[in-house]
Design a protein around this ligand. Sequence first.
Ligand code: SF4
Length: 721
Amino acid sequence: MPSQSTAPAHPPEPVARQTSFCRLCASSCGVLLDVEAGRIMRVLGDAHHPISGGYTCAKGRRGSDLVLGPDRLTTSMRRSAGDSHEPVPVAQATADIADRLRTIVDRHGPDAVALFMGTQQNFAALTPPMARAWFRGTGSHKLFSTMTIDQSAKWVVAERMGTYLGGRQRFEDADVWLLAGTNPIVSGNGGDGDGAVVHNPSVALRAARKRGLRLIVVDPRRTETAAMADMHLAPRPGTDAVLFAGLLQVILTENRHDGDFCRRYTADLAALIDAVAGVTPTVVQRICGVDANQVRDAARIFAGGSRGMATSGTGLCMGPHSNLAEHLVAALNVVCGRYLREGERADDRAVLTRRVPARAEVAPATRAYERGFRSRIGGVRAIRGELPSGILADEILEPGSDRVRALIVSGGNPAAALPDRGKALRALRSLELLVCVDPRMSDTARLAHYVIAPTTMYERADHTAIMEPFFPRPFAQYTPAVVTPPPGVIEDWRFFLDLASASGQSVKFAGRILDPGAPPTAEQLLAMMTERGRLPFADLAAAPHGQLAGLSGAIVGAATEEGAAHRLSLLPADVRGELNAALTESAVTKQFPLRLTVRRIREAINSTGTRVPGLVPGGVNPASLHPDDLAALGIADGQAVTVRSASGQLRATAQADSTLARGTVSITHCFGSVDPRDDVGVNVNALTGTGHGVQTINAMPTMTAIPVAVEPGVPATTEMT
Ligand code: SF4
């Protein structure tokens, strides 16, 4: 008699290994997915991927949980009684939303409708252009994005300084690089989208240093990247602008700048020299807390290199004087001439997108924001077609005929990301219509009238067109959908196309008006996007690990007659005024003697990943201080503390962290929950406000380097929920 078999009645389905790429951050790492019975069982790095070479981070390896986990929405939701939600078919939801938008526009005009585009939207190639196409059809001016709460200072620099059109020097052949306010070992972001150290960052940095690159890191914390650097400058949080003025002072007074480049392409070098003349290394030491000799050495190392740039991340753009700090970083690159010259190999990373010819000339400062749509909130104007997200809550709350009454959120979580969390939540709760396109019930989704459940990354076809500027070499990848989505979800782009159709709006995509009666497939749209690129879509689709496109042969061309007359503006009068203010402002007060810096962690990208069980070590979000500061405050490691600022307070668990400079508190941003039953840590925006320290032009609030006090014990009332 045969022994009893333990085999299942049906043999298990074989595991199929599929290639794809991760779409949680700009790195777009190549991955191998083990798929069994329609589920992703394992995510591995793709060793044959020409850019990432097998690298993945902790988030990427948990990609299956991030996109398919138990809290993932498999149908769209509609708010029912109270704060609860009930399932609704997406077609019904779309029709309802179109009806409600129509009613709001009929009563209040198109500017009562707003779109907020979050970071995650950018990792799906079709979503940003389709969301924008829908938005254009509304006739509204109320476009917002995360760019204006973390990086719009870079736009301000281009508007006030102008742009050199020959292109920037590359990381691959640089012998010096300065990273400011960015920690690519953790974030993968080398700043400025220049492809510096986005991919496999530890290996990329180590290899660069081995070939002789000298690395300077500017960060108040001894970050993982700073630990690898030749020189780490740790300015007091919020004093970066003064540090960069000091670096310029050394370079210019010691005549270490590129005189030829400055003569040909700048209008006002003398004004810059004059403005920074008093910002000596001794002054920098007093204001920033960086040793004067270190300032001199860093300036000499940077200017002494033959090639290489200073690039910056959100740390600079979110702090006080962010527009000035970014301007001075750009000035550092200009005075050292760190740009590609006529006849050099041009940037040729445009593979799927149209290449813009590089020319050795300047597009002058135009200050186009002075002519942008003007908000009734403080008279703030749109910059690059967007209103600053720092005024979104006021746009919703403050009375006015064009008050925002309907908000569509795509791939973002403004409830977690906007400054002044109390006001932001009040604003979102007060909307007549809040729609959130999100695969899970984020804080914003919980407040929404409709939550549209979209496909997640491995359920949709995609390519890397939007991410091209981040690759170190010309490269592109296409992926088909690897697993079948639940029947109740919709692709993000298709929601916007259907919403436009239900609203009677036409949609223009890649130069064509789409027929709502016969909508194209994702693959057709992806192919349309690549028509002006240099790699045929069919070739791209046939390369499972992606395709290195090779050099294009493009070189930096000569200046046109008109362009040859243009110059960069190194020190306009308003920038000089900002420098004077930065030099005279007191860094700390008696009431708030510490400075809070926000940070990133490997396990999360903004709020994505913060709720995946077991992913974030410890599961919560501590407030880190230097051990000596803890001792001075009488606080033990692990003790509950209250962190207070002029704008609010929160409770957190203290954590000793010797990588921090004395006087600094560090908390990761975008944690927290509107539901007090969720034990997912605190949201730093309980401490940020929209009152003090708001930048001119882009209304950028101070989101890091915030004056705070830390005390043992918890407050009677915690942060608002
Ligand atoms: S760095 Fe991590 S999250 Fe970003 S693409 Fe790579 S695996 Fe994904």
